[in-house]
Design a protein around this ligand. Sequence first.
Ligand SMILES: Nc1ncnc2c1ncn2[C@@H]1O[C@H](COP(=O)(O)OP(=O)(O)O)[C@@H](O)[C@H]1O
Ligand SMILES: [Mg+2]
Length: 237
Amino acid sequence: MALLELEDVHTYYGEAHILQGVSLAVGEGEVVSLIGRNGAGKTTTLRSVMGLARPARGRVRLRGEDLTRLPTHEIVRRGIAWIPEERRVLPNLTVLENLKLGMLGVGTSEAEAGSRLEDVFRHFPRLRERVDHRGQFLSGGEQQMVAIARALVARPTVMLVDEPTEGLAPMLVQNLTEILAAINRGGTTILLVEQTLEVALALSRRVYVMDQGRIQFQGTPDELRKDPTIQQRFLEV
Ligand SMILES: Nc1ncnc2c1ncn2[C@@H]1O[C@H](COP(=O)(O)OP(=O)(O)O)[C@@H](O)[C@H]1O
Ligand SMILES: [Mg+2]
């Protein structure tokens, strides 16, 4: 059974029929990437999982349990974390305060909180150094680290990560790619939306290519590399 599964999901914004029957599955322990041009519907797919955009038809399941009609906080409580494109690090809160926010929704005891923070700082030593800095004084890369770390302290089963490398310098992209790989080796399943093809292919076991609200291709990174037609039709600008 898939850990996370979307089956024939249709999502609208008002009258606009954005997701037109999206089916995809993420297995336990996998990194799966969802790629495609701007406007393809990738973010809407993640929002549909979180209940932030409500599918009009179709199902979202976690270990076979239907999440489709649950409120977002309940979806979070069941173990799905969302790291939005905009990062949303609170500017007036410190790194530590931002991270503590990540534990609020899942009810973490004080004793447990310390060990979770330690785990997260192992992935992000940079954040340990900056623990008392306010969000507004962090670089773009550091903000992305906070956004991921804040999701990670909730010990999610699945992380939905939306374009984490966007706007980051190449060295940071490399660094973040390695961190995501390490988080996955630690047991967290990842559904990654990523516009840098090489990052997506390097991290993922399987890839879905989306265009105009539909899955147009699914396969392994190797299969995608060998398919210039798919790349030309759905990935190049
Ligand atoms: N809040 C919204 N209201 C109306 N249309 C939206 C909204 N958000 C996104 N869209 C439209 O939905 C389509 C898919 O957007 P999105 O899921 O953000 O694509 P992607 O993440 O692949 O770039 C686009 O045509 C976009 O303009
Ligand atoms: Mg998007």
